[in-house]
Design a protein around this ligand. Structure first.
Ligand code: CU
Length: 251
């Protein structure tokens, strides 16, 4: 009997060792620093700016929102514009950012993590651009929000925030698009674009943006909005000059 049990013991040890090794390997992967690798910060010689205006021509599309609960906080039925468009057709809250930049200006000094707030059952902001790392989810309402973020179909975070002024930090570990819903209020939606380099902006109320200190060269500018999706635009930056773009948002 003893002899028979030995191979079993050996097998058992092998399994235990393998599991321990796998856990150690997994831990090594998880321990990767939260900020994206690959972008090199440094001084920019002869940098140029990318400036421009994003406009949305035509009729502003709307959707009907009919809150079915918490109406004392969330409000009543209404039509909400799907794009925030100003008087000169300028589209607000559009994310613009460069992809695949190997090196360039340093990231801005970090003070506090960005905040995704929930006010009267609406996410604020509706579009957020940030680097990988910490994001504060805040509930400014006296009702439960169940804030649920996704990279594609995969959950990035899923938080119940039952109390007013409750704040929970989450960690967005990789670049990409994160859609945020509220499982308690079906109409709530926000988009976070997690970027790999500091060349990004969101458009202001006039639709304008400015991305400064870009090293001369050819780039791809991403223009992203929840309604129109993600579009790419080639852009060439010349030393010391602004490159001005007129971008039309189209569905
Ligand atoms: Cu909610």
């Amino acid at each position: 009997m003893k002899n028979r049990s030995r191979p079993r013991l050996a097998l058992h040890r092998f399994i235990v060792t393998s599991v321990a090794l796998s856990v150690a390997l997994l831990a090594a992967f998880i321990a990767v620093p939260t900020h994206a690798q690959g972008y090199v910060e440094g001084a920019v010689a002869g940098g140029g700016a990318i400036t421009g205006k994003v406009s949305f021509p035509g009729t502003v599309p709307t959707r009907k929102i009919i809150p079915t609960k918490d109406t004392e906080v969330c409000g009543g039925p209404r039509d909400e514009p799907l794009v925030q468009v100003g008087p000169d057709k300028g589209a607000q809250n559009v994310a613009v950012y460069l992809t695949q930049v190997a090196k360039g200006k340093p990231w801005p000094a970090e003070t506090k993590p960005p905040v995704l707030d929930q006010v009267k059952c609406v996410f604020q902001p509706s579009v957020l651009v940030m680097r990988t790392g910490s994001l504060d989810i805040l509930n400014s309402d006296p009702v439960l929000h169940n804030t649920h973020g996704y990279y594609g179909k995969r959950t990035a975070f899923n938080l119940a925030l039952p109390n007013k002024d409750q704040r929970i930090a989450v960690d967005l570990k990789r670049a990409g698009e994160v859609r945020v819903d509220c499982d308690a209020h079906g109409w709530m939606e926000s988009w976070i674009y997690v970027v790999e380099n500091p060349y990004y902006a969101t458009t202001g109320a006039d639709g304008k943006f400015n991305i400064a200190d870009v090293p001369p060269g050819n780039y791809t500018l991403i223009v992203a909005h929840p309604f129109t999706g993600v579009k790419q635009q080639p852009v060439t930056v010349v030393a010391g000059k602004p490159t001005d773009l007129a971008i039309e948002l189209k569905k």
